[in-house]
Each structure stands twice: as structure tokens, then as C-alpha cells.
Write a protein that binds this ligand. Sequence first.
Ligand SMILES: [Fe+2]
Length: 447
Amino acid sequence: MKIVSATPVNNGKQVDIEFENKSAYRFHTAWIRDASPSHVGQDFYRKSAKTVFEVDKYTAETCQPSESGEKLVVHFKNGVAENADSDEYVSSWLHAFAPHVGQPLNAHSELKEVLRGTGSVMEALHKNRKPWLADLKMPIFDAKELMESEEKQAEFLECMTDPGVALIKGVGGPESLETSVVGLPLEKLGSGIIGRMNQHPVRATRYGVMHAEARAAAAGADYDHANPLSMHADHSVYHGTPGYLQLMYQARGTVTSKVCDGIAVAEYIKENHPEDYELLTTVHVTHSSRNQIYAQDGAYRQDTASPGATFELVHTHPVITIGEDGLLEKIVQSETKRGVSALPYDKYERFMEAYKLWTKLVEDPRFICNFEWPEHSVVAMNNYRTLHGRAKVPAGMERTMIFGYFQKTIVENRYRFLRQRLVEKQSTMLNDRWLTRLPNQILSKLV
Ligand SMILES: [Fe+2]
């Protein structure tokens, strides 16, 4: 978006800028000066903590569109001749901010609501998520291609918002099945495309290991393959659910597994059982457990002589959390980890009916997508949206599965970075100096 004219007004305290689409805004000169990337060093931090006390001493003397209106040169002065200087701004960057920081000057201009909160570059995609059913066509990525391509990584993270599940093939096998190395292919993939996996409170490795053998079954009902878990989300007992994305790596064995879209079930209930939906989104239940799977050295307890490292977990929340935007933010479901909930007397019977309806529906074949999960591939899913069941392991098949989680902030900032990078690679004007440090809501208009 080019600038056609720019004029200092009110003795240079403000600047009126007109863009080629006829929109026009009045900007504070101090805002323009304060926002300049010139104040920022190579490390993307402000060079000085004192500039903030000086920016409002400056007025705009002249403003001149340059490079055919793609840029604006502002000449600033502050009453001391040697302090006068010029700075250059990218027009499309000023245009992205204009409805948020400017005063509209004509009917072609708009005034945006006051910007609040961190938001997400993923927001538009989040709003357009489509529910899926049993016939979901599982998106498939190639591990090597993902590791090498930022475009593919962005596409993969978009896929983690919608449909919220994908298969990554060609991850390769582990060097051995030893706990300290068996998950390294997953860790390498995860850190290559997203970032560090979430650190467990006690376990030495960031990934967990599940063997379809007797020694793992001893670790708890969660690991008992003879007693398949019902459809669930992970991290139900962790306050705030740190596990936003979940990667599960089939280090040994080939199985079939199943997933279910929490949005599809929630929308079905909203439409057909509105009172149940209301209860599931407002009544808080408690998920809680005491974990005694690990030892003080961070190993699985049955694999070490180290004493136990027992810890407590509790999380109280609605089964379906609705965000401020009115859209589904998070599903937390795990019948085996459901604790004792403080359900109000007058809502108890009706709520439990709603909860049983929900728990049955997430098992309903209409909503369950079954898929092949080959050896050395990874199932990636959005743990806030997609529920999963226990895999079906063929008789006699030895299986080792590795799992790890990524926090929402890490995922969202990785996606922000990838979108910035994709524009930086194409454009000469919108380089990293212009695309960094902006609110997500503004950045979204530029990437
Ligand atoms: Fe799970």
C-alpha cells in the first residue's frame, strides 16, 4: 500500500498521511518516531532506555513519499539544530498500523477497536476450523521435507490448528531401544520444526517411553495394553494443560490407532443437546492423580534402584473451555484420570447425564477416524482439539511408542517466526527490522 501524500500538521506534532486507496489518517509524530526500527540494535532490543523521554520533543518538519510512494521519509527536529535527522518508513507497515494508532480523516478510513491481548497469527485459521468426522483424510508429511523447508513447517503448524492431526512419515529408527536414546529421532524432529519439548516434572528425558511389554504395563493402568484407554486428551491432570501439541513416535512396531475431533462432538452437542452443552462448558470438573511412575534419578521406577519421586497433579476446569472469542479453546477429557469433582447439589444429576452423553459420543464410530500408524512415523496432534484412543497392537507385535509435548506459546511463536521468514525471503522492503516487535494482530496483515 503506497503513500500518496503526507503533511505535518499542528506545528509538526502530528502528520496526516493519505494512502493510495484514499484512506487517510492523522498519526502522532512521537508515535512515528518511537516506532522506528532505527532505535533497535542487531539484537532487536532498543539501543537505549532513555529515548522514550525524548521522542515527544520532536516534531515533523517535512514528510516526503519516496520510492514511488513505497516509503515515507520524515524529517524530524527538536529545536536543537544538530539533533535534526531523517528517518524512512515502509508505507505498507504504516498502513497496517493506521486504523489502530491513527485518527481516521475521511470515510475511506476505518477505526479499529482497541487492540487487546497477545492474539495469534493463527487467528484467522483458528476461526475457520472445520469439524471432521470418521472419514477424515489424514494429512501426511515427509520428515525430511519438513526438516528442510520452512514453507512445509508453516503448513504443518497450520494443519495442527485445522484439522488438528497429521502423520509424519520417514522419521527413521532409533539407534537402540534404551530409554536415553530411543526418543532422539522424535526430539530431533520436534526441535527442528517447532522447538524444545515440554520438560516433565520428574522424568529425565523430555519424552516418555511406552513399551507393549510386561515391564511397562507395570507402570500403571495408563500403559496397560490389555485394557484400552477410552478416547482422551493428554495432560488432563496438568493445570493449564501445557501439552498443546503432542507428537507420538512409533519407534518399533506397526499398529492402527484412532482419533476424534473434539470440535465435531462439541458442535453436535451444542446443536442437539444445548442444555448439556451449557453444563459441559460451565461446570468445572477435577482431573487429578498422584504420579509414582518415576524415580529420583529421572528413570522409570522399575528400571532403577533410585528411590521413588512421587508427585501430585490437579487441574479443575470445564470439560469444554470456550475462549473469549466464543470459539472452542480446549477439550480436557480423560475418564481414567477424572478425580473427585465438587459438583453443586442442584446440578449434579443433570451434569453427570451431560458428561456421560459426551463420554459416549467421543467413542461413537461416526466421530472416530481409524488410521494406519506405520513403524518410524509420528502422529502429531493438537491436544486441545483432538482426542485419541489406545492403539490396536496386533497379537505378538512388540511395540515401543515415544511421546512428547509442546507448549502453546512455543508453537504460536514458532508459527509467527515462520510467517515472518516467508515474507522476509520474498520482499526487499519488509525485512526483519519491520516485521519484528509488532503485535500479532498487526503482523497478520503483513504476512
Ligand atoms: Fe494419551
